[in-house]
Write a protein that binds this ligand. Sequence first.
Ligand SMILES: [Cu+2]
Length: 366
Amino acid sequence: MKTTYGALALAAAAKVAYAHTTVYAVWINGVDQGLGNSDSGYIRSPPNNDPVKDVTSTDITCNVNNVQVAKTLEVAAGDVVTFEWHHNSRDASDDIIASSHKGPVMTYIAPEDKGGNGTNWVKLAEEGYNASDDTWAVDNLIANDGKHNVTIPDIAAGNYLLRPEIIALHEASNVGGAQFYMECVQVKVTGSGSTSLPSGVSLPGAYSATDAGIEFNIYGDFSTYPIPGPTVWDGASSGASATQAASSVAATSAAAAVSTPVAASSAAAAVQSSSVAVVQSSTPVAAAASPSASATADDEDEYDCDDDEEETTSSAVAVAATSPATTPAAVTPSSAAAAGGNYISTTTEVVYVTNVETTTVTVTAA
Ligand SMILES: [Cu+2]
């Protein structure tokens, strides 16, 4: 049985600031190398903190300003290099990146001349999703004041680029919705390392918009998250904790898809709603309903998280049934999930919608 209900989304709007991010500085063995994100620094840094979204673009290599900068940091095999990300500044009050921007954090390396041209990238470290405590690499990054580490492998001396990267997956259930944040840090490896880097991958080239870890619904049911790109080079040794833990994330994620209400405010912002199709495994009628993803996100920019733009997420999404009469008067994805009976959440997705007052709910009962 499939029934369509009219749903009234009562959105008490809540203001949420979305924060993009860039690398501001690097530490070597715990020593701050100073602000590095300018032409006189050591980070090939973009002019703003917007993400790259087209994985086929050359911007995916080192972001939109892939030109040599003044300084190069000297490092040796075994050195621990720490990247320090920020939203707006190095101030302690900086929020690093919006907590909504869940996703993996990775680090690549390539010889400078090749890597700068988009080839020979070798992954040194990656962190994805840890199901045992339901944390993403980005959660850990925020908790760690924007810092993550990589250990320099025992490679031949020379100039290299280190390429830290965050993929924010909050809109990644749509193809092209994933947000890529990366920079290239200029380093000179000293010493007499003899290990040759493998040939690596090309960027662009190694990612596809439909890769399992790039088109991914973080609001849905999943037990593992496949980190995009190549595997971590086994010669990379320490520092690379590839936490791709498996787990049992149950059908409870519908509740998590509805963001926390804050306070009613501006009317003209985007509304976040969630969708969960619930399949009932036994007869009872009381259907679980939720707003579907049919709402109109007509303009990508409306719900893209521009740096200076504040967007609104819906707090309460009440669903009023128009038929049949047996449907609960008001359900939300979470209340539906809690309504009893044997429900299986089959799909969950979150969309950003703009100025939406009504939407459509599809309920499927087995
Ligand atoms: Cu953002």
